[in-house]
Design a protein around this ligand. Sequence first.
Ligand code: GLN
Length: 215
Amino acid sequence: MVVGVLALQGSFNEHIAALKRLGVKGVEIRKPDQLQNVSSLIIPGGESTTMARLAEYHNLFPALREFVKMGKPVWGTCAGLIFLANKAVGQKLGGQELVGGLDCTVHRNFFGSQIQSFEAELSVPALASQEGGPETFRGVFIRAPAVLDVGPDVDVLADYPVPSNKVLYSSSTVEIQEENAMPEKKVIVAVRQGNLLGTAFHPELTADTRWYIIF
Ligand SMILES: NC(=O)CC[C@H](N)C(=O)O
């Protein structure tokens, strides 16, 4: 099996290394024609505006959309999740092109800036029931997006509790200073719709390979 990894920017080397640990060959995709040589694709994390500009420069968007439309498996991690979403909010001025296909709205920097990056144990019941192993997964969130809402065909595979005093403004999460702790609100961080998989965190940076197996 050969898995394509979009290699314009971001953590494509890490994905290829993770695939190699599983005995799967990952090939770098930089040009539209190269998509014809692979039956599935990973869109890595990185910086989605930059990645979108490079994808536009290489005329990749039509081929990526076609790949998704054909029902081939595509997994977007972090910036890749933003790429796959039908709608993204909190974009840079002028917006950015998306591949789309995944019926959801994503907030591009939901958890704040780079220094607000974090790791957390996520409850992953769907992953554990399908692949076995622990009920939790170590999520590495790097200036991570989150899914704000999903359409009827989208399954939520993981969510993360954030205090509800984190209020969404147009481009980032802003904390309101309150004396009392607020109740938690669950924010969606992993979704699946048919052959499309999206994770807001970076599974290529952890040793647990279950997201690769599910993909
Ligand atoms: N680690 C990541 O992929 C971060 C994505 C980033 N929030 C973006 O807008 O692209």
